[in-house]
Design a protein around this ligand. Structure first.
Ligand SMILES: [Fe+2]
Ligand SMILES: [Fe+2]
Length: 322
């Protein structure tokens, strides 16, 4: 492993170490020779990287499918931004790195998230929703993945534990919102909040860096989650069909109407609250991430934030100047 992280590197720093190979493309220089354009990652972030050496074509054959690479490199500048100019690159031995250490971590440790999750599940008293949650989160494999998976690849909750943190926060926002509207059915709402993104445990992989799995791209987390919850409900004897449909509707409609991937728009109060709580939590988490990432850089505004198509005003988060 490198003793320094990508985020800490300065221009002209030379370094060696193992990094996640997030992308690797073979491109052509002006003289027709190949070079490699890559993206490296570690727990602190990611940087573009280039390899100009004469053996780029052969190196590409060796490393194109690698998840982790050992690098001898130097930080250079390209269009005012840091990039890695790679001098040597090879596939490391397994004992040279710990893939877990290359993944970004959240602020809340998984053990704490597990306790919070259990506490919320215990507040669900309806026998059917309680049985459903117990069966899903009582499955060790599901729970482990739920606590490890990020909420997203890059934009929000892109760290180990991001999915659990997001789901817990969405459940809390739903709880508060339900308290304003006595007609709201709190039990299915909380169950739906905890389960709405369950499909992400199959949609995203988390080995050395976060990426979409093949089934994630082919099917997507909404349908993957629906399928899994449906099969668990089918295994619970006598689960009422009306309650099952209520949960299915929340999962299937949580991205709302329009073109965000939900096959149906929310048509119950609970599904509508869940959809807005989901959008609120995701965007607030992502804004927080942009503020933390860009605060150390000069300027009143963040870098361009592509998912929302705007710069964020971040100047007033810098402390000390009243
Ligand atoms: Fe989602
Ligand atoms: Fe979500």
């Amino acid at each position: 492993m490198s003793d320094k992280r990508l985020k800490d590197f300065q221009i002209n720093d030379s370094f060696t170490g193992c990094f996640a190979l997030r992308q690797c493309q073979k491109r052509t220089k002006n003289n027709g020779e190949p070079f490699l354009a890559m993206e490296l990652g570690d727990s602190s972030g990611r940087l573009p990287a280039v390899y100009w050496e004469a053996d780029a074509g052969e190196i590409f054959e060796q490393i194109a499918d690698a998840k982790v690479v050992y690098i001898v490199g130097i930080i250079t500048e390209f269009r005012d931004k840091p990039q890695v100019t790679v001098r040597e690159i090879r596939i490391p031995q397994s004992e040279e790195f710990d893939a877990d250490e290359l993944l970004p971590k959240g602020d809340i440790p998984p053990e704490k998230l597990a306790i919070e999750l259990r506490n919320i599940i215990e507040t669900v008293s309806d026998e059917w929703f309680s049985a459903l949650l117990a069966k899903i989160f009582g499955d060790e494999e599901i729970l482990r993945k739920f606590l490890e998976t990020p909420a997203g690849k890059l934009w929000h909750g892109a760290y180990v534990g991001g999915l659990a943190e997001h789901s817990i926060n969405v459940a809390k926002i739903c709880e508060l919102t339900a308290s304003f509207f006595p007609v709201c059915r709190r039990e299915p709402l909380i169950a739906g909040a905890l389960l709405h993104d369950l499909g992400k445990i199959e949609e995203l992989s988390a080995d050395s860096h976060f990426d979409y799995t093949a089934e994630g791209r082919l099917i997507g987390h909404i349908v993957l989650g629906y399928q899994r919850v449906r099969s668990v409900i089918a295994s619970i004897d006598g689960f009422p069909k009306g309650l099952a449909d209520e949960i299915f509707h929340m999962i299937l409609s949580h991205h709302g109407d329009g073109d965000k991937g939900s096959p149906v728009p929310p048509i119950t109060l609970e599904a509508s609250i869940l959809h807005h709580a989901d959008a609120l939590e995701s965007q607030a988490n992502a804004f927080k991430h942009v503020i933390e990432r860009d605060m150390a850089k000069p300027g009143e505004f963040s870098e361009w934030v592509r998912p929302v198509g705007r710069f964020l005003f971040i100047d007033h988060y810098r402390g000390g100047e009243e």
